[in-house]
Design a protein around this ligand. Structure first.
Ligand code: UD1
Ligand code: CA
Length: 457
């Protein structure tokens, strides 16, 4: 396909959202609706986008950057008026243009491809994507003659009871021959119930002038749903999440309750991995094969190898090898690299550390800015003291070292191979390999401390 522009309508107030942010920036499955629409149109073959911004348009511009060009609609006088703002950018284009709403994030790229294809093949002035809905309330209705030829589109607020009984609706997605669109736009008026320039009036105009307009009916009405309220936003979110879950299940991933996992579009999961309820996988997360993830586990930009068991883990921007057991209640912070066969238990936080094969961090540990070798054991309550209030320092623990319970490792500090630290030690100096370091007050027992009755009941 040669070049093809998409005009995305996103200037509306989104009044029904009752929000301080523009409607199209509300997220569906973790992605702003407008971004989802840009993705879809690009997948469908559009080579450039013009987004019509208006109400709080600066926020849309900030969020989308140069993924799209922009045209401003300073007053929201209707969808026809919105498209007029893109007219100067379309002038001289003798091809086709896709017009789509920024609030229809469920459309599939194949559906849009089909719409564009029909318009081109039939050399039509326009093609309209329609859908048949059980409850068409709120949408524009597609009015046809007795032979089924399309006549015009009538908006909810302007329709006669007879017209409103029609269940075929306008999805708000169109393909136009640019010249035909530019010729029709100046002919629009706002003599209607809402006093707006309706884009939908161009079809009646074109048809009356003998131009061919082709209605293309979407097979799945659900994907054409527009989001106008928070209730519809939640419904759209659920559809997108369900789609992603179904793609993964088809590829061999088990999902215990598909309605209770949240998996971002770009996430991949290997076969035979089982996802329990409450799993959130976001960003560029990659999960390998044969893992058991969840319940209640959130991974963002995490690379997780094979055969890992993660129970109630919150991890972001880190890498896990394979055969690791984490949880419950583990927090892995950015820069953490865990190799293989590692055990991390309850209430452990690891930050910007490299943890070697077979190492154990079983309970109540803070491990920050540390390079930990293989088969090291961290006793319960071990803390790397990495921060002096100004700078952060690293702790190095060599292979097979044994860190006693409640050890403070005051960085920078180096613990040699097979060295031991005694429980309760505060280690401030390096410990040579195979040494035992005791750094705590010696125990002193004071006999007969309880002399009188004071301490006896
Ligand atoms: C519109 C259609 C209706 C269709 C429905 C599909 C018109 C007149 N009606 O109605 O036939 O069934 O979409 O979802 O086109 N916008 C602007 N500037 C404006 C007004 C709107 O950019 O001045 C944008 C909005 O941000 C939104 C889109 O256009 O993304 C649609 O506007 P909305 O008010 O939601 O139209 P509907 O009433 O849903
Ligand atoms: Ca709408």
């Amino acid at each position: 396909m040669d070049t093809m522009t998409a005009v995305i309508l996103a200037a509306g107030m989104g009044t029904r959202m009752k929000s301080d942010i523009p409607k199209v920036l509300h997220k569906v499955n973790g992605v702003p609706m407008i971004e989802q629409v840009i993705r879809i149109v690009k997948e469908a073959g559009c080579t450039s986008c013009i987004t019509i911004i208006g109400h709080k348009g600066e926020l849309v511009r900030e969020a989308m950057g140069d993924r799209t060009a922009y045209a401003e609609q300073t007053e929201q006088l209707g969808t026809g008026h919105a498209v007029m703002q893109a007219a100067p950018l379309l002038e001289g284009n003798d091809g086709y243009v896709l017009v789509i709403c920024g609030d229809t994030p469920l459309l599939r790229s194949e559906t849009i491809r089909k719409l564009i294809g029909e318009c081109r093949e039939k050399k039509a002035a326009a093609a309209v994507l329609t859908a048949v809905m059980d409850d068409p309330f709120g949408y524009g209705r597609v009015i046809r003659d007795e032979e089924g030829h399309m006549l015009r589109i009538v908006e909810q607020k302007d329709g006669t009871p007879e017209e409103l009984a029609v269940k075929e609706i306008n999805t708000g997605t169109y393909c136009f021959e640019v010249k035909a669109l530019l010729a029709a736009l100046p002919k629009l008026d706002c003599n209607n119930a809402q006093g707006e320039y309706y884009l939908t009036d161009v079809f009646g105009l074109m048809i009356r002038e003998g131009r061919f307009v082709v209605p293309v009916t979407a097979e799945d009405a659900e994907e054409t749903m527009g989001v106008n309220s928070r209730i519809q936003l939640a419904a759209a979110d659920r559809v997108l999440r369900r789609r992603k879950a179904e793609v993964l299940m088809a590829e061999g991933v088990s999902i215990i309750d598909p309605d209770r996992v949240y998996i971002g579009e770009d996430v991949t999961v290997g076969r035979d991995t089982v996802l329990y309820p409450g799993v959130i996988l976001e960003g560029k997360t990659i999960v390998g094969a044969g893992c058991r993830i969840g319940p209640d586990t959130e991974l963002e930009n995490v690379v997780c190898g094979d055969d890992n068991h993660l129970n109630r883990v919150y991890a972001h921007d880190c890498t896990l090898g394979s055969h690791n057991e984490l949880g419950p209640f583990v927090h892995l912070r950015p820069g953490t690299v865990m190799h293989d066969h590692i055990k991390v238990g309850n209430f452990v936080e690891v930050k910007n550390s490299d943890i070697g094969n077979g190492t154990k961090l079983p309970h109540l540990i803070y491990c920050g800015d540390a390079d930990v070798g293989e088969k090291v054991n961290f006793g319960c309550g071990t803390v790397t003291v990495n921060f002096d209030g100004k700078k952060k320092y690293r702790t190095v623990v060599e292979d097979h070292a044994f860190i006693g319970c409640n050890t403070n490792l005051v960085a920078p500090v180096h613990i040699g191979k097979r060295a031991f630290t005694a429980a309760g030690s505060t280690i401030t100096k390096d410990v040579p390999e195979e040494a035992l370091s005791v750094a705590r007050a010696k125990q002193k027992n004071i006999e007969h401390w309880v002399k009188d009755d004071t301490y006896k009941d």
